[in-house]
Ligand binder design. Structure first.
Ligand code: UT7
Length: 368
């Protein structure tokens, strides 16, 4: 019987142009560039402008990933958007993306596992492909977390940035692709990193606004301790599951939260920092988007090549954590070049027509 493997065949990122430096933040709260750099490694982050949203950044990253994979959006079977800063509470951001890029055959849903969401999504997509449930899947991590940040809270406002990254996963019988994954959660730590307002126990009200429950709340020290432990555990476990050792891994791509967390993880793994991808200095913590953004830049810098083994490892609110080991491949061979971007114009027209049809049907049948 043939084996189906889940290969990463496309990748793309989208970040806003607007840069917010540490010095800019020092004008808002009692902090300094020196403190932020020494405690986090972050120098600057990107901030979405008023026209940019989680779905618009996600759609842009998605189109770039489809271009690399040379895949028509209409050939997608599934779209997963991992996000903690969705377009709406519902419907799913993934449905907005589905409509925008013209993925007419895809089912689409959001995945909430905070900063580990992208790694969860990769595992879900890989399992769907391996079990014959889908051939072509888009996994996106997209965030506008700066919209959930309290710009008066120096503990959190220094950390987060906006952006999106996407992978295309495709079925192929060639060896490689997603080789193993380890995913965990521990809801006993739910209070350590959360946005408590606007949900079921605290529906949005003047009081929740007054109490600032719509902002990110975090116990930084506890999250820090948890992160350094689980990054090491999850990486070792996923490498072991694939019957490899750290010597077989050419590049480690960790969630970009804090330089000190990443360095502690590398020490715990006894793994050289030169083989660890770090770009949080320029983007801050973009949550679910941090790993795909770091991957895209690693490829651009020639640090991740076909045949290399890489481990993606993340931790986040929930608490959640996980890792995935991927043997990197690249686009599948193709005969004819496709233009996913051209489909976008068609998708917009299709979407307008579908809305119009609903209005006409409502007019004919009555609205109830
Ligand atoms: O995707 C997951 C997202 N979350 C994380 O990754 C968070 C993980 N945690 C961290 O990255 C770190 O805990 C922080 C960067 C958030 C904080 O660094 P720290 O070295 O753990 O600092 P701390 O919380 O232990 O605070 C040390 C001191 C405190 O003052 P006192 O109580 O010792 O007088 C803070 O009030 O630093 C103070 N402080 C600041 N000072 C200047 C906290 N934030 C700032 C700031 N500027 N921005």
């Amino acid at each position: 019987m043939s084996t189906r493997n889940a290969h990463i065949t496309g990748w793309g990122m989208a970040v806003p142009d607007q840069v917010l430096t540490n010095d800019d933040i020092a004008k808002m709260v009692d902090t300094t560039d020196e403190w932020i750099v020494s405690r986090t490694g972050i120098h600057e982050r990107r901030i979405a402008n008023s026209d940019q949203t989680t779905a618009s950044l996600a759609s842009e990253a998605a189109l770039r990933a489809l271009e690399v994979a040379n895949l028509h959006p209409g050939d997608l079977d599934m779209i997963i958007v991992a996000t903690s800063s969705p377009e709406y509470i519902f419907p799913a951001t993934a449905c907005v993306v589905q409509d925008r890029i013209g993925a007419v055959k895809a089912y689409a849903f959001d995945l909430l596992a905070a900063c580990t969401g992208f790694v969860y999504g990769i595992n879900l997509a890989s399992q769907a492909i391996k079990s014959n449930g889908a051939n072509n899947i888009l996994v996106i991590g997209s965030e506008t977390l700066t919209r959930l940040v309290n710009w008066k809270d120096r503990n959190t406002c220094i950390l987060f940035g906006d952006g999106a990254g996407a992978f295309v996963l495709q079925a192929s019988e060639e060896p490689g692709g997603v080789l193993s994954a380890v995913l965990r959660s521990d809801g006993s730590g739910a209070n350590l990193l959360s946005v408590p307002g606007g949900g079921s126990p605290h529906p949005a009200s003047m009081q929740t606004l007054y109490d600032g429950l719509h902002y990110i709340q975090m116990n930084g020290r506890e999250v820090f301790r948890f992160a350094t432990r689980v990054m090491v555990e999850a990486t070792f476990e996923t490498v072991e599951t694939a019957q490899m050792t750290m010597d077989d891994i050419q590049l480690l791509i960790p969630h970009q939260a804090n330089q000190r967390i990443i360095e502690a993880a590398a020490r715990g793994l006894n793994y050289p920092m030169e083989q660890v991808m770090v770009n949080l200095d320029r983007y801050g913590n973009t949550s679910t988007a941090s790993i795909p953004i770091a991957t895209v830049e690693a490829i651009e810098q020639g640090r991740l090549k076909p045949g290399d083994n890489t481990v993606l490892v993340a931790f986040g609110g929930g608490l959640t954590w996980g890792a995935a080991l991927i043997q990197w491949t690249g686009p599948l061979p193709f005969q004819k070049k496709v233009s996913p971007r051209l489909v976008r114009g068609y998708a917009r027209g299709r979407s307008i027509l579908a809305r119009l049809r609903r209005r006409i049907e409502g007019f004919i049948w009555g609205n109830g």
